[in-house]
Design a protein around this ligand. Structure first.
Ligand SMILES: [Ca+2]
Ligand SMILES: [Ca+2]
Ligand SMILES: [Ca+2]
Ligand SMILES: [Ca+2]
Length: 344
């Protein structure tokens, strides 16, 4: 029983550690690390919108692994990592570090612990297509180390499950040396259409523990942009009309009732919503109008409206008019009350 409890707690803790509250950021998204106040404490990314760094412990246990084939996440605890406020990229800790150098940046360095160090960027791509990820991969390591330092680009939809590698974003060796720290390799890739119009896309930039001593490789000038507005073709669409059952007034109740307005079968294409207007198209709402039992008569219009651009709509369907019941002449009553005036 105790073992089950401990196992469960450990599992919950690991899961919590991995999901780590990353709020997907709206587009356009940028981060150039100029604000060195975003990261102030080791292993704390809470000041950085949408980005978290990880060690990638045991994602591979051999050196020189191609990061393109590592599509899972670390199963080990305490994988979130950042060494804050560093001023000299000659440290050899490995992992993810923030360097407050002339052009500040965060950087990755593989090691025996940081088997596949990486950052994950979470963005919200709703109503955007052609998602472009761009960043500069910088050799900031001027030590005598000279590793073959591969850097891969990956993504996944949502925040669980395997990543997908993006071959166009791969850099076989992002560093040179020894004692050289000048190489800047720009990456500029349009993600597959699967990344369009999603509440969360996670983008991962990942290296691995290289053969020999690893160099610090900066991930700087990050930009994620999209093309806003994704409307289906509404030019030939006519929305289905509402279905009306009219009210009736039967003596002695003397109160028109039984009228209904029912929503039609929604024939609006994906990416658009069915809307109603009860004022001749002046105002529109996705809320079905309520039948006015005792009149006056209503005229209900329908249309399809683009979710990503409310200015784009189908033409209005032919209006459907209500004809509320009229109480018999013998029935002198007060509308909406069902009561007779005194004396009747
Ligand atoms: Ca920078
Ligand atoms: Ca800092
Ligand atoms: Ca170097
Ligand atoms: Ca190494």
């Amino acid at each position: 029983m105790r073992l089950v409890l401990i196992t469960t707690l450990a599992y919950v803790w690991i899961i919590t550690t991995h999901i780590s509250a990353q709020t997907p950021q709206p587009l356009p998204f940028t981060q150039n690390w100029t604000n060195t106040g975003l990261i102030t404490t080791n292993d704390n990314w809470s000041g950085v919108p949408g980005i978290v760094g990880f060690l990638g412990q045991d994602m591979t246990t051999t050196t020189g692994t191609d990061p393109q084939i590592l599509l899972g996440v670390s199963a080990l605890a305490n994988d979130v990592d950042v060494i804050a406020n560093q001023t000299n990229p000659n440290i050899t800790n490995g992992g993810v570090a923030e360097f407050e150098i002339t052009n500040p940046t965060i950087a990755l360095q593989g090691s025996g612990t940081a088997d596949a160090p990486h950052i994950i960027i979470s963005v919200n791509t709703m109503c955007n297509s052609a998602i472009v990820v761009a960043y500069n991969v910088r050799d900031i390591d001027g030590t005598t180390d000279n590793a073959i330092q591969p850097v891969a680009l990956q993504y996944r939809i949502g925040n669980t499950g395997p990543f997908t590698n993006v071959p166009a974003g791969f850099i076989a060796d992002a560093t040179t040396g020894p004692s050289v720290a000048t190489l800047v390799t720009p990456v500029n890739v349009t993600l597959p259409a699967a990344c369009n119009n999603q509440p969360e896309v996670q983008i991962r930039i990942i290296t691995t523990n290289a053969l020999g001593n690893d160099e610090w490789v900066g991930i700087d000038d990050i930009s994620v942009t999209g093309t806003p507005g994704m409307c289906p073709d509404l030019s030939t669409i006519v929305a289905n009309s509402v279905i009306v059952v009219n009210s009736v007034c039967n003596f002695p109740v003397c109160n028109p009732s039984g009228g209904t307005i029912t929503a039609p079968v929604n024939n609006c294409p994906t990416g658009s919503i069915l809307q109603y207007s009860a004022d001749g198209g002046l105002t529109w709402s996705s809320t079905l109008p309520v039948y006015d039992q005792d009149g006056p008569a209503q005229s209900i219009l329908t249309r399809c409206n683009c979710e990503c651009d409310p200015l784009v709509s189908s033409i209005s369907a032919t209006p459907v008019n209500t004809a509320p019941g009229i109480c018999p002449a013998t029935c002198v009553c007060i509308p909406n009350t069902g009561t007779f005036p005194s004396g009747n």
